[in-house]
Design a binder for this molecule. Structure first.
Ligand code: GTP
Ligand code: MG
Length: 615
């Protein structure tokens, strides 16, 4: 065995809690390394190139890019900070020797900071801590640094990890400093720190070529692209290799094109060298986790593994009376195909098909992840129906267990009472309460299922000012049943259009979710009933016309404005006996069983409340 280093390369991931400034920092790394021409117009957050990422201002998938500094190519992986996309962080960390851990100078380390740090420590990679946003008026860098040390100690980091270098940044202005009072106005300190503290990738010169496939892409010209980390050896265009699958089967292949990252685009390369991240074309049947190796020594690398899913949601065809009106893709087989394509690239999700049934279980990490998949599909022209997300229970030595979160809440002192009351009703246990003056940090241990549908409630309770986030603490014995929604549904009892006059008369009964003029059908949920039972209502009833015309008056009723139903809101809202109908233009909530006579809400709800079963 003889180990060498490829000092022309560094591989790093940028990891942090959501919104702590990862993607913004990458923008400036590009600008200052000369990746773009001086005159080139560059939009903000270039790495967030998916339509949904741009719209929502969050990163959803981990993505590669590279910059050059002092002759060294630094491969950078920008990762998402939202907990639902944690699988992406795990995937990214499989490709790197180092990570930049960004922490907001005011918010300090939050749940996802802890999760990503824990994953980085497990992989034993080098860490540079950057305390970001020191320009914030409420920045408290010294305290945050001590919280970061506490977090490292709490995660039982080894001494060499706790010895991390600390830098201070205003990522948005492209400034990184060694000391908080330094006056430099660029990022050279960060570039230098990467070259100095992050080890160059090492490889064994005696080993043959091996590449771990960590991502897939598709090009119209080249077909399927396998993106991965070259562990040992090198490979050239036109070389004959094999792909080692999960069951140790080998599939022969020829590399037709070989590329590397140069900035945000791919650049041709004549060889893929040890330690680099390469993009290979010419492999059709490849999956994330496979190893590309030589024909003579087809040795698989340890497969990429990510935490198993904790939430599952049922996807199916749209069976409502309004199905097929706008969507172009409605068949079960097409939905299944599309989901399989998603699972190929998205390591955080797993699929299951229930017999020959037209419903599919999609398992992942959370509601947002599910909502993003559905949103992407409806934009592609799909129509489908989705059920309420449920947590995945386990059976551990005969005991039913469920996922439990460590929840962090940051809110005004005035709301502590209401928030604590709601959470304890949902089986939350208070773990810690710290008073930072007017704002209070409360920590709870709470079953994951309690948080499904809670976020909106929390925002209402804290008048939109509260911040909540959580990480998965682990599986614990089932905590027992509780009520999540204390209201029922207003259900349309016939097909027609929602009439303003009828809506006006129904308003005292609850909160509407449909707009005047919307199409409705029997069994469709049109509002939230203020009582704990469902109520069948006629929302299509116009005012009876007598000989004296009063139509004008009818049109003048003043209705409470209704916000259009968003996918996430619908997912939070529905009950176990309801499903969401998604089409490219609309989102409707409906009862699973449409005809009123067949639907006895009580028995349906009782059935749904039966003790959960483990997988
Ligand atoms: N005050 C201040 N705000 C910043 C700074 N850097 C970034 N921001 C703001 O923080 C917000 C989040 O920035 P992003 O770069 O999208 O954060 P992110 O970590 O990539 O977020 P996710 O990928 O969704 O986890 C944006 O509104 C930025 O403008 C900074 O140095 N100071
Ligand atoms: Mg981002």
């Amino acid at each position: 065995m003889s180990i060498e280093k490829n000092s022309a390369i560094r591989n790093i991931a940028i990891i942090a809690h959501v919104d702590h400034g990862k993607t913004t920092l990458v923008d400036h790394l590009f600008r200052q390394s000369g990746t773009f021409r001086v005159s080139q117009e560059v939009k903000e957050r270039v790495m967030d190139n998916l339509a949904l990422e741009q719209e929502r201002g969050i990163t959803i998938a981990a993505k590669n890019c590279s910059v050059r500094w002092n002759g060294v190519r630094i491969n950078i992986l920008d990762t998402p900070g939202h907990a639902d996309f944690g699988g992406e962080v795990e995937r990214a960390l499989a490709m790197v020797e180092g990570a930049i851990l960004l922490v907001d100078a005011a918010e300090g380390p939050l749940p996802q900071t802890r999760f990503v740090l824990q994953k980085a420590l497990e992989k034993n990679i080098s860490i540079i801590v950057v305390i970001n946003k020191i320009d914030r008026a409420d920045a408290r860098p010294a305290e945050v640094l001590s919280e970061i040390y506490d977090m490292f100690i709490d995660l039982e980091a080894k001494d060499h990890h706790i010895d991390f270098p600390v830098l201070y940044a205003v990522g948005r202005e492209g400034i990184v400093k060694k000391n908080i009072d330094d006056t430099n106005t660029d990022l050279h300190i960060l570039f230098d720190a990467i070259l100095e503290h992050i080890p160059a990738p090492s490889y064994d010169t005696d080993e043959p070529f091996q590449m771990l496939v960590c991502d897939l892409d598709y090009s119209d010209y080249l077909g399927r692209l396998a993106i991965g980390r070259v562990m040992h050896g090198n490979a050239h265009v036109n070389e004959d290799l094999v792909c080692v699958k999960e069951d140790a089967r080998t599939v022969p292949l020829t590399i037709t094109r070989l590329q590397i990252y140069e900035g945000v685009v791919f650049a041709e390369s004549s060889s893929a060298d040890a330690g680099d991240i390469a993009i290979l074309a010419g492999i059709d049947n490849v999956e994330i986790g496979d190893t590309i190796a030589t024909k003579e020594h087809p040795k698989a690398l340890p497969r990429l593994t990510v935490d198993p899913p904790t939430v599952s949601m049922e996807f199916g065809v749209n069976t409502s009376p309004l199905a097929g009106r706008v969507g172009t893709i409605v068949q079960a087989s097409r939905i299944w195909e599309r989901l399989q394509k998603e699972a190929l690239r998205n390591v955080g999700i797993k699929l299951e098909r229930k017999g020959t049934d037209n419903t599919f279980m999609v398992k992942g990490r959370g509601e947002l992840q599910m909502a993003i998949i559905v949103e992407t599909m409806r934009r592609e022209g799909f129509e489908l129906s989705i059920g309420r997300p449920t947590v995945i229970y386990r059976n551990e030595n005969g005991t039913l267990t469920e996922p439990v979160e460590h929840l962090f809440i940051d809110c005004d002192e005035a709301f502590v009472g209401i928030v604590s009351e709601k959470l304890s009703r949902r089986k939350g246990k208070l773990a810690k309460l710290i008073n930072h003056g007017a704002r209070v940090r409360i920590e709870f241990f709470i079953p994951s299922r309690s948080l499904i549908g809670y976020r909106n409630q929390f925002l209402t309770d804290t008048k939109g000012t509260g911040i909540m986030s959580s990480y998965l603490k682990g599986y614990e014995p089932y905590a027992g049943d509780f009520d999540t929604r204390f209201t029922g549904s207003l259900v349309a009892d016939r097909t027609g259009n929602a009439i303003p006059y009828a809506i006006f008369n129904l308003e005292p009964r609850g909160r509407m979710i449909v707009q005047p003029g919307d199409d409705v059908y029997e069994g469709m949920v049109v509002g939230e009933h203020s009582k704990d039972s469902d109520l069948d209502v006629n929302i299509c009833r116009g005012k009876k016309l007598t000989n004296i015309r009063t139509v004008l008056k009818d049109e003048n009723v003043t209705l409470t404005r209704v916000q259009p139903l968003s996918l996430e809101k619908a997912i939070e809202f529905i009950r176990d006996d309801e499903i969401i109908e998604v089409t490219p233009t609309s989102i409707r909530i409906r009862k699973t069983i449409l005809p009123a006579q067949q639907r006895n809400s009580k028995t349906a709800r009782q059935a749904a409340k039966a003790l959960p079963t483990a997988e």
